[in-house]
Design a protein around this ligand. Structure first.
Ligand code: PLP
Ligand code: COI
Length: 338
């Protein structure tokens, strides 16, 4: 194990020993290469640099109290990457290749998997880019699929604690028929100004309504939105949000607890009726929302009267964490020992 201050880690980049790479040339994927170089040599006309042919994923591996390292739902991340690749005309990465590379890169960097006690994790960042030269707007013929890892702490300050969010109406992250459901870099570029504005005003993150009507709830920056109302778990159905694997897991856990799960368009006015609400994602895990301000109307939606995470969010958070750390039974086969 490296001698790092694991408990003090933020969500940043720390160099590790190795990354793994695989090149797509002549219509097929090559051999997996292990690499210790953090840099890429790229053609200046590569499509990733000009036309945004870039997609990524994010998943985590955990050092568990039984001494094993487990990775969470890597097959689902592999499947989502395939959808993204299809969405922006890149060749799909075979599921088995994705899994083999994730497994290999974790093993190669096992000294960087944080201690269980620190509550930090190893963040795994797969990315695929179009590498061959084009000047006309069309897909590349060659691609690089690369995975690097870096140990991370909580995405939002304070880990599992409430944070305020703000609805931004003068920015859209993605259009209803755009690329919002894919994990492509362009969506994040589109979010940077809104995110900076939210931070400037003291909020943890920006919050998006649907781009077309500005009527329905979309996402909380780089995380999905969920709410609790009585015995119900609610989450938006929208064509412009990323299908979050964490959200999908929480829906299943809510069902396991006997809760009703509703995935449907959620109108902004409904926010007033929720008992609890939160952002969820690999980086955010569950990040409960204290209140959500609508900058334009001045309306405030409050989800925590005492500033603490609500009981259902807490229960779901603990259940999810216990599965990720191999403490609770993994009934749905979500974890893989690496
Ligand atoms: N929404 C966006 C825009 C994201 O970037 C992420 C992060 O991956 C999520 C939601 C959460 O998805 P997941 O739970 O699969 O990490
Ligand atoms: C994640 O939750 O994995 C994300 O990708 C969010 C952000 C770091 C982009």
């Amino acid at each position: 194990m490296k001698n790092l201050d694991w408990a003090d880690l933020g969500f940043g980049y720390i160099p590790t020993n190795y990354n793994v790479r695989c090149y797509y040339r002549d219509g097929k994927w090559g051999e997996i290469e292990t690499c210790s170089d953090e840099y890429l040599k790229l053609h200046m006309a590569a499509t990733c640099l000009h036309y945004g042919q870039e997609a990524f994923e994010g998943l985590k591996a955990y050092r568990c109290p039984d001494g094993k390292v487990r990775v969470f739902r890597m097959r689902d991340n592999a499947a989502r990457l395939q959808q993204t690749c299809n969405g922006i005309m890149m060749p799909t990465v075979p599921i088995e290749l994705f899994e083999e590379m994730v497994t290999r890169v974790i093993r190669l960097n096992q000294d960087y998997v944080p201690t269980y006690e620190s509550k930090a994790a190893l963040y795994i960042r797969p990315l695929i880019i179009g590498t061959s030269a084009q000047v006309g707007v069309k897909p590349a013929e060659e691609y690089l699929f690369l995975i690097f890892v870096t140990p991370v702490g909580p995405y939002f300050k304070g880990g599992f604690s409430t944070n305020p969010y703000v609805i931004v109406r003068n920015f859209d992250r993605s259009a209803p028929l755009g690329t919002g459901m894919y994990k492509v870099g362009g969506n994040y570029a589109a979010s940077l100004r809104a995110n900076a504005l939210a931070h400037e005003k003291g909020y943890a993150s920006e919050f998006y309504l649907d781009a077309k009507e500005k009527k329905y709830v979309d996402e909380c920056g780089a995380a999905n939105f969920f709410a609790i109302k009585g015995n119900k778990y609610l989450t938006p159905k929208s064509s412009s949000i990323l299908p979050s694997i964490t959200n999908n897991s929480l829906m299943q856990l809510a069902r396991d607890l006997g809760m009703e799960v509703e995935q449907r368009p959620i109108a902004e006015e409904e926010l007033d009726t929720f008992d609890e609400a939160g952002a969820c994602g690999t980086a955010a895990v569950i990040s409960p929302i204290s209140y959500l301000d609508d900058m334009e109307t001045g309306q405030r939606y409050t989800f925590s009267a005492d500033g603490k995470p609500g009981p259902v969010s807490t229960r779901l958070y603990n259940l999810l964490r216990d599965i990720q750390y191999g403490i609770a039974e993994d009934k749905h086969g979500w974890t893989t020992v690496v």
